[in-house]
Design a protein around this ligand. Structure first.
Ligand code: C5P
Length: 226
């Protein structure tokens, strides 16, 4: 099959599995749009935190999200997220924001509120969508689905390197504990749990570098689209 119609590549998996970097690479290679759905959940969490919301109460979070103004601008390397007109690139990457994101991501009302915003990102020539439920819920008809994972130890090390390179201090043992706790929450929630779609290609990236995983993914994309 030679695929010329716009299509979605869904990349799901836990944090630190490499899906963010890989999604960016694939989007660049293919000239596709990129959806970092985790950033949307982080922006929603930041909105709630900034407005002093008790994030343990879904109804309060939904109230805070009634006025949720976000947009993204292209930076030199990455896309810059804005919340209510403020550049919050560094704030959304804080562990505290990630933790809050995983708490509010459990709420069905929050997920429903963010669903359309994510689907609107599917525009020609195509989309690489990175998240937890891209292939299962947001884009169940995606032409190509990947599920990436890696061991907790390796993911903690990757997150550590990422934070240090951004000038944010970090502690490996704490990161491992946080990652395990977040995995647990993401996998066991009743709404859109983190599970591979039945038609996803599951890739263990623990022992592979970015170039190797990119190659593997691109060869799968070519197989499906050519
Ligand atoms: O991928 P990232 O670490 O930026 O995502 C932050 C949190 O947002 C995740 O731990 C997860 O709980 C939530 N999330 C989600 N569904 C997505 C993307 C992120 O529940 N599609």
């Amino acid at each position: 099959m030679s695929e010329t119609k716009p299509y979605v590549i869904a990349i799901d998996g836990p944090g630190g599995s490499g899906k963010g970097s890989l999604a960016l690479r694939l989007a660049k290679i293919l000239g596709f749009h990129l959806l970092d759905s985790g950033a949307i959940y982080r922006l929603a969490a930041l909105k709630a935190l900034k407005s002093g919301t008790n994030i343990k109460q879904e109804i309060d979070v939904l109230e805070a999200l009634q006025d949720f103004n976000i947009h993204f601008e292209s930076g030199e390397e990455l896309t810059i997220p804005f919340l209510d007109g403020e550049d919050v690139a560094a704030q959304i990457r804080l562990e505290s924001t990630g933790d809050a994101a995983s708490v509010i991501a459990q709420y069905s009302g929050v997920r429903a509120c963010l669903l359309e915003r994510q689907r609107q990102c599917f525009q020609p020539p195509g989309l690489v969508a990175d998240g937890r439920d891209m292939g299962t819920v947001v884009f169940p008809d995606a032409l190509i689905k990947f599920f990436l994972y890696a061991s907790v130890e390796i993911r903690a090390q990757r997150r550590y390197n990422q934070l240090i390179s951004m000038g944010i201090s970090a502690n490996i043992a704490q990161l491992q504990a946080d990652i395990s706790e977040r995995d647990e929450r993401d996998r066991n929630r009743s709404e859109s749990p983190l599970v591979p779609a039945t038609d996803a290609l599951v890739v263990d990236s623990s022992l592979l570098d970015l170039d190797q995983v990119t190659e593997l993914m691109m060869s799968h994309i070519h197989e499906v689209t050519e």
